[in-house]
Design a protein around this ligand. Structure first.
Ligand SMILES: Nc1ncnc2c1ncn2[C@@H]1O[C@H](COP(=O)(O)OP(=O)(O)OP(=O)(O)O)[C@@H](O)[C@H]1O
Length: 513
């Protein structure tokens, strides 16, 4: 809701617009709650108007009204936000310097800065990054890292290096581990920002024992090298990002007593399970499925795979290929990356067997069985895929069929086996596929993440660490807005209180659900 302001003729205000989010304009008339605003551009409709916008335009502007020309709109005063007449053309580097902290004000600031190639802006100790969608190498070179070394937060332009530097300094000064949270919508640039943070920490923390000097790979390099393995099983194409991480990642950089990097670990969580069985245009399922379908012939024969268009879990979407990506090459490089992190060929085969089995499982369709409310594989095709899935899972075919077509209920006195109808059997099949592909099985049973961590090297004696949490990107703007809003607010309030001399304020911890 807009803040309550005293509006007078001539006041500068922001009005919400369905197409361009916010339009600025001058108040022309104030009539109690109703006001008229002359907006400088856009196609804003009168919020209060009963008659159509087209008619309204004809009345006010004759036939000349079109996008880009001033428009008069009628709105309730509670629906407009004040605009700062003294807002600097290039914006401000910290949102807390703005005269008004509301959505149009924040967006105007970000846009003004983006227009002059400033993609980073502070809000107190929070850094807001706007994805530039183009490489800006000058922002991230060694010279830049050197500049931020030792500089206090806010002394230089907003930058991820400043955040990493602040975490590093705070860890040293207070001997307390630190965390950096990276959050945003899918495609916002979280993974890129995480890489910048790690690069800086590797720069200032240089690995203990001078490994970098002896030509060994830095922690940052090793963490990045493990990416292809995690991405194969946990990344997919979404509407906004061709290589979207569909799981959360916590990268832990461990430090020794001289504050040099002594190890690192990756923890993964919250894989998006539903994608395994449900995918819609123009998205794709997890990369590993398409890679395996494009594997060399001997692997394709081994796993009885073929064209991805023939598998139900993949053909719900018409998107099979990614621009500039060759899945057959990706398959080979994933295998190579698995070698590098110490996953043996036998383990790799077992992992890809599960991936192939899940594809076959998805093609097992069910029809009504002979008993009431029972089900069975629909036809020979369904039986073939069931047989293949069982072979690849290395389990008994009948047991696999029963696990989908029946439900076992265990009571105190007896065990009851209940038949499931075709719809329920299909749901069981999908649940099984999700569990199999879920990291529980692939990443835990085959300990992919453990292997990666062993290969990077962990320091069990490390007392201090800096954790970088890359929170999973949601497509729901509302959800992210809520989460980000809560974080911004709590951080600002905390900053304010800690920088003041309030001694009488009692904090009560609230757990956010
Ligand atoms: N700082 C940056 N400089 C240049 N390009 C960037 C930057 N940040 C993001 N990009 C571009 O945007 C793309 C998407 O960014 P990224 O993969 O980091 O998003 P994400 O927030 O991790 O998305 P998801 O949650 O879907 O995994 C990158 O592949 C890159 O092309």
């Amino acid at each position: 809701m807009a803040s309550q302001v005293n509006l007078a003729v001539g006041s500068l205000v922001w009005v919400e617009d369905p197409e361009v989010a916010w339009l600025d304009g001058d108040v022309l008339e104030v009539n109690g709650e109703d006001i008229k605003v002359l907006c400088t551009s856009g196609t804003t409709r009168s919020v209060m108007s009963e008659f159509s916008w087209e008619r309204f335009c004809r009345i006010i502007f004759g036939s000349f009204v079109q996008k880009g020309i001033s428009a008069l709109v009628e709105v309730k005063s509670s629906n407009v936000y004040p605009k700062d007449p003294e807002f600097p053309p290039c914006g401000v580097d910290d949102m807390t310097k703005l005269a008004y902290l509301h959505e149009p004000g924040l967006l105007q600031n970000l846009k003004s800065r983006y227009d002059v190639n400033e993609i980073y802006t502070y809000t107190g100790s929070i850094l807001i990054a706007v994805n530039p969608f183009r490489r800006l190498p000058h922002l991230y070179d060694n010279h830049m890292m050197q500049q931020y070394k030792g500089a206090a937060l806010g002394e230089l332009s907003p930058h991820p290096f400043a955040i990493a530097n602040s975490a590093y300094r705070q860890m040293i000064n207070e001997s307390i581990s630190q965390s950096i949270l990276v959050s945003g919508e899918s495609g916002a640039g979280k993974t890129e920002s995480t890489k910048m943070l790690m690069r800086y920490l590797a720069h200032v923390g240089g690995r203990a024992g001078g490994k970098a000097a002896t030509g060994e790979r830095s922690v940052e390099q090793q963490v990045l090298e493990s990416n292809p393995v995690l991405e194969a099983f946990g990344n997919a194409k979404t509407v906004r990002n061709n290589n979207s991480s569909r799981f959360g990642k916590f990268v832990e950089i461990q430090f020794d007593q001289s504050w040099r990097i002594s190890g690192a670990a990756i923890r993964t969580y919250l894989l998006e399970r539903s994608r395994v069985c449900q995918v819609s245009d123009p998205e794709r399922n997890y990369h590993c499925f398409y890679m395996l379908c494009a594997a060399p012939t001997e692997d394709i024969e081994k796993y009885k795979l073929g064209n991805p268009r023939t598998f139900h879990y993949l053909n719900q979407s018409n998107c099979y290929e990614l621009d500039g990506v060759d899945d057959s090459k990706e398959y080979l490089s994933t295998r190579k990356a698995m070698d590098v992190v110490g996953i043996s060929t036998t383990e790799q085969d077992a992992i890809f067997r599960v991936v192939a089995a899940v594809l076959h499982l998805g093609n097992v369709e069910f029809a009504k069985g002979t008993e009431i409310d029972s089900s069975e594989p629909k036809d020979d095709k369904a039986r073939f895929h069931l047989k293949m899935a069982a072979e690849l899972f290395m389990c008994d075919e009948k047991a696999l069929e029963d696990s989908m077509c029946t439900r076992v209920i265990v009571t105190r006195d007896e065990t009851i086996t209940k038949c499931l109808d075709p719809d329920s059997a299909t749901l069981s099949r999908d649940a099984l596929a999700k569990i199999q592909i879920l990291f529980k099985h692939l990443l835990r049973r085959y300990r992919i993440v453990d292997k990666i961590n062993n290969s990077i090297g962990q320091d069990p004696d490390s007392k201090n660490l800096i954790g970088v949490l890359d929170i999973y990107g949601f497509e729901s703007f509302k959800t992210n807005r809520c989460l980000t809003g809560t974080l911004l607010l709590s951080s600002l309030v905390k900053d304010e209180i800690s920088s003041s001399n309030f001694t009488c304020i009692c904090w009560q911890h609230i757990t956010y659900m």
